[in-house]
Design a protein around this ligand. Structure first.
Ligand code: BGC
Length: 526
């Protein structure tokens, strides 16, 4: 695909490398494991892969705390392994985008070690440092997404440093031009190695209010979608995030990144946006494909406990975005490494889980925008339950027993239900997270040989989608219906139209002369 807009037509597949395939026997997935499974991915029919971070890291947040942007962590392999992966993927016509975590580094990054060592070292201003208030409390009221204040005190400097996430993830100071320049260099390192683009972690968190003003309290009854999955009262959710993120200066950095990307033809950027008003921001960031190509919205990700799939849930963000801009190109995902798997999140009371999985795949792959599948979604995996003793996610440890955190969607891929650890790892030691029984029975080998499986259905559906340009770039309009169980929309490109109808419940429904069996989707071509 030499088309510069290949990413609009592509279906992406997200790999969480720790849990994809372990070839070294240490219970943790690695790059050679991805290489081994590239033909599996190519056979499914996806076009591009987003790999979650594999850079050197002490793994406080499992790779989202980078201590060297230019080195593959030895846990995952070497830079040479990455080159092999990239070349093999390209041979199979698969694009690869890597996950750049630019907003913060690891506390063990040499830049932070130097920065915290004194107030006058060359990197003193590379992170966000501020004095305590006269009473010793943090500089302002900002809260960390994960838990507690967004500030930690460093005794060496005698100052607080900012961290929007864990205290092990200090925020870089983007007001320092050297920081911006350095980060662009880190990105260019991977562009030179040949990557096809970047997923930009927390792309609206780069800059903060330079005056460090307090965030106001959230107004009672106001709905705020701010990227955290936890539904119970939580300090982060009690504020309006006016000052700790989404500042206008963020845009200036993204424009510099765009200038860099333009020097590497056919590359793309996908920005993760978690904000009180994610739609306005994603339009700002992606209108006419600039400065970012597309934004990854977390609207479909909210909620932890069993809920149900409603028509509104799908219609709301798409309508909001379409009303704001016809040009901004969205990306959609129902699942990723941070959220409860959708089968569990939306499948309350659903008896036929496989049909429900197939329905979700059909919805995701027919929305206007780039779809992102997450590993295991093609197998119809539900969320795994993790015992407290086995929880690895620091967010889960902080919030247990109210919430187990993000491990339930991060358990290893079940490849073969006859093999040790379902074929994920061949070591007798247990993998880093357990593989639940209900995943084992859905392993790739069992689904491969079952023509009715979610896996084979996904393959067929992807093949069909590929043959329909209207589903890739056509416009999308919802069809109004008073039946709350029918989700309906048109996709149209020139004269070609596909009416997409979905029965989202387990009872037969009728719509406009069409009978839809439980959880059935129908596509009527005109
Ligand atoms: C990533 C998370 C990570 C956080 C901090 C996110 O949005 O997807 O996994 O914990 O950024 O880097």
């Amino acid at each position: 695909m030499s088309d510069p807009e290949w990413w609009k037509k592509s279906v992406f597949y997200q790999i969480y490398p720790r849990s994809f395939m372990d070839t070294t026997g240490n219970g943790i997935g690695d790059l050679q494991g991805i290489i081994k499974k590239l033909s599996y991915l190519s056979n499914i029919g996806i076009d591009a892969i987003w790999i979650s971070p594999f850079f050197q890291s002490p793994m406080a947040d499992f790779g989202y705390d980078v201590s060297n942007y230019r080195r593959v962590d030895p846990l995952f392999g070497s830079n040479e392994d990455f080159d092999i992966l990239l070349n093999k993927a390209h041979d199979l016509k698969l694009k690869i985008i890597v996950d750049m975590v630019l907003s913060h580094t690891s506390i063990e990054h040499p830049w932070f070690i130097e920065s915290r060592s004194s107030k006058d070292n060359p990197k003193a201003d590379w992170y966000v440092w501020a004095d305590a208030k006269p009473d010793g409390t943090p500089p302002n009221n900002w809260q960390s997404v994960f838990d507690g204040p967004a500030w930690s005190f460093d005794t060496r400097r005698g100052q607080y440093y900012l961290h929007n996430f864990l205290k092990e993830q200090p925020d870089l100071n983007f007001y320092n031009q050297n920081v911006q320049k350095q980060l662009l260099d880190e990105c260019e390192y991977w562009l030179k190695r040949g990557v096809d683009g970047f997923r930009l972690d927390t792309a609206n968190f780069y800059t903060h209010d330079a005056q460090l003003r307090d965030n106001p309290a959230k107004v009672e009854g106001q709905t705020i979608s701010n990227g955290t999955q936890f539904e119970k009262p939580h300090p982060y959710n009690m504020q309006r995030h006016l000052y700790d993120k989404s500042q206008p200066e963020n845009f200036v950095f993204l424009e510099k990144l765009k200038t860099l990307m333009d020097r590497y033809p056919n590359t793309m950027t996908l920005g993760e946006i978690g904000d009180d008003d994610p739609y306005n921001l994603s339009v700002d960031y992606t209108e006419n494909g600039t400065p970012l190509n597309t934004a990854y919205n977390t609207h479909f990700m909210a909620g932890t406990d069993s809920g149900t799939l409603t028509k509104n849930l799908i219609e709301t963000p798409i309508t909001l975005l379409q009303n704001m801009s016809k040009d901004a190109w969205p990306s959609w995902a129902f699942a990723n490494h941070d959220v409860v798997r959708p089968l569990t999140r939306w499948g309350k009371g659903i008896k036929n889980q496989d049909d429900f999985s197939k329905l979700l795949i059909q919805i995701l792959l027919t929305l206007r925008g780039t779809p992102f599948l997450y590993q295991g979604e093609e197998l119809g995996l539900p969320e795994a339950t993790i015992d407290f003793e086995q929880i690895q996610d620091p967010w889960g440890k902080a919030l247990w027993p109210e919430w187990q955190g993000r491990d339930g969607c991060r358990t290893p891929m079940p490849w073969n239900n006859n093999a040790l650890h379902s074929g994920f790892s061949n070591n007798e030691n247990d993998p880093w997270l357990p593989i639940p029984d209900e995943h084992k029975i859905r392993a790739v080998n069992t689904q491969d040989s079952d023509s009715n499986s979610v896996l084979n259905f996904t393959k067929e559906f992807l093949k069909w989608r590929k043959s329909k340009p209207v589903l890739q770039t056509g416009k999308m309009d919802f069809i109004k219906t008073s039946n709350k169980n029918i989700l309906a929309y048109n996709r149209q490109l020139g004269d070609h139209k596909i009416i997409c109808l979905f029965n989202i419940c387990e009872e037969k429904q009728e719509f406009d002369g069409n009978i839809l069996a439980p959880l059935e989707a129908k596509f009527i071509e005109k």
